[in-house]
Design a protein around this ligand. Structure first.
Ligand SMILES: [Zn+2]
Length: 295
């Protein structure tokens, strides 16, 4: 979550200013330190931050990273910078005009409930089509109908209806499994052995002898970015609005219905797990209203 949020902030800066170096600085600052419930957290070393096994990719570490305390953090740090660079190289050239970045919108329904959301992005592409978009970082590939069937995008599209004319909705998905684009070239004869498994150079000279020179392996890592554009799905819009009405009614009646699918995510438990299952307040803190924001 902290990683995705730091990448998001860097991409927003990039979209607004087109300044790659500043955007990388934003990622650097936002990923290293966060403020959670009023407490300043050093992401690299805090026990409150959990890393996944897939976060660590040793190939991406630079020599100066190797003696640091938390290699998972530095691997993610390198991934973030590569993502910002790739967004600059591959996504920005497709955009003709950035219309909206991070806009808060509110709509009040007939019950007086206020629906509140923050739009990531509205852009005009070079074909003059206007899209409501959301940037995502993910280790998994998104389905091709992920945008059309997204509750989030369809809800935002609903919230927007009073403001913008849009042609479609979409996700820009940055894959966290960095594409390394390794090349290997013979140090003796410059033969390109990229993609082969030979341990040393297999180029033959005019007498048919193998060169056997050692390979120079180089990496040109970049992020695979999937842009999924589609039309809104009115059925999803109806489902999510009905669900909001139902949940709001339940909250007014003090009914908080658990979602059992969210009790465990991999090896992590919901923060309310002990409360629900054992009636214990262990691990819960009461946060003052003024400190509820995550920065
Ligand atoms: Zn060779």
């Amino acid at each position: 979550m902290f990683f995705g949020s730091a990448v998001d902030k860097a991409l927003n800066h990039l979209l607004l200013t087109k300044n790659l170096d500043e955007a990388k600085d934003v990622f650097d600052k936002e990923f290293k330190t966060i403020t959670l419930n009023g407490e300043v957290i050093d992401v690299e070393v805090s026990p409150k931050v959990h890393f996944l096994e897939s976060d660590l990719d040793k190939d991406l570490l630079l020599p100066e990273d190797l003696d640091k305390a938390n290699l998972s953090f530095w691997s993610l740090y390198r991934k973030g910078l590569i993502m910002v660079q790739s967004y600059h190289d591959f996504v920005l050239p497709k955009i003709k005009e950035v219309l909206v970045v991070q806009k808060e919108i509110e709509v009040t329904n007939d019950q007086g409930d206020v629906l509140h959301g923050v739009l990531d992005l509205i852009v005009k592409f070079h074909d003059d089509k206007v899209y409501l978009l959301d940037n995502k970082t993910s280790s998994n590939k998104y389905d091709q109908d992920a945008a059309s069937n997204s509750t989030q995008l369809n809800l935002y599209n609903y919230l927007l209806k009073t403001g913008y004319e849009i042609d479609g909705i979409g996700f820009i998905v940055l894959n966290k499994n960095i594409w390394k684009k390794k090349t290997k070239v013979c140090s003796v004869c410059d033969f390109d052995g990229t993609g082969t498994n030979n341990r040393n150079c297999n180029n033959n000279d005019i007498n048919g002898n193998r060169c056997k020179g050692s390979w120079n392996v180089k990496m040109n890592p970049s992020c695979y970015i999937d842009i999924i554009l589609d039309e809104p799905n009115p059925r999803v819009e109806n489902m999510i609005l009905d669900l909001y009405d139902e949940v709001n009614a339940n909250i007014k009646n003090n009914k908080f219905i658990p979602n059992f699918n969210s009790c465990k995510r991999g090896k992590f438990r919901c923060v309310y797990y002990e409360k629900c299952y054992n009636g214990s307040d262990a691990g819960l803190v009461i946060v003052e209203d003024s400190k509820k924001e995550i920065k």
